[in-house]
Design a protein around this ligand. Sequence first.
Ligand code: ZN
Length: 243
Amino acid sequence: MNASPADQRRLLEVAELDTRIRRADAARRNPPQAERVHALLARRQELAHELTTRLGARDDLRADLARIESDVAMVDARRARDAERLNSTSNMKEAQGLESELASLGRRKSDLEDAELELMERLEEADAGVAAQETLIAETNAEGATLSAEAKRVVAEASADFDAAARDRAAVGGSVPPDLMAYYDRVAARSAGAALLRRGTCEGCRMVLAGTDLQAVRLAPEDAVLTCPECGCILVRTEESGL
Ligand SMILES: [Zn+2]
């Protein structure tokens, strides 16, 4: 393959644009925030699951408390009725029975009030647990929203850069002879495509060319299209090549 040194240098621009296109494509497909956003979505699901559990436990406590409150009301009603009957009875035996029932109702009420107090404490803890979980979820949502907005911006920028680089690539590529461009495309499928030979080093793979290889490059005619013996990309010679 032969091509003028100017056309060969143009391949360096094409290779640079190809690198930019690949980078922009990767960024628009998978912005750096994507991984964290996915992790947050999974975390949110776990947190929501735990919240459901905590809400369920709190509902149970509320139901228990309501039951105890209604038991207390029943005991109170019964005590009031017994007290009234005790006041109005003249039957000794009935009075004794009522007194004993009132005493037992008093103990029952005291037990119920102890249980009520304990339940109220547990309900307070459950409320705090629900609130803490809701805060965690809100924080997770906020971080997710921020990252999603950032990712959206990165994707928009990368897409714009991709389009601009693709346009430039078409323009520069169009100014290179088609056979050279076709050769570049074939080489680019498995290497950097084209790279500058700078001070004896291939910039496509960072290999320093061996003395004999460098000697062959020195002896090659100006319009010969050379490739790197290491990575196979087109080696472009300029005044920086150190030949
Ligand atoms: Zn190389």
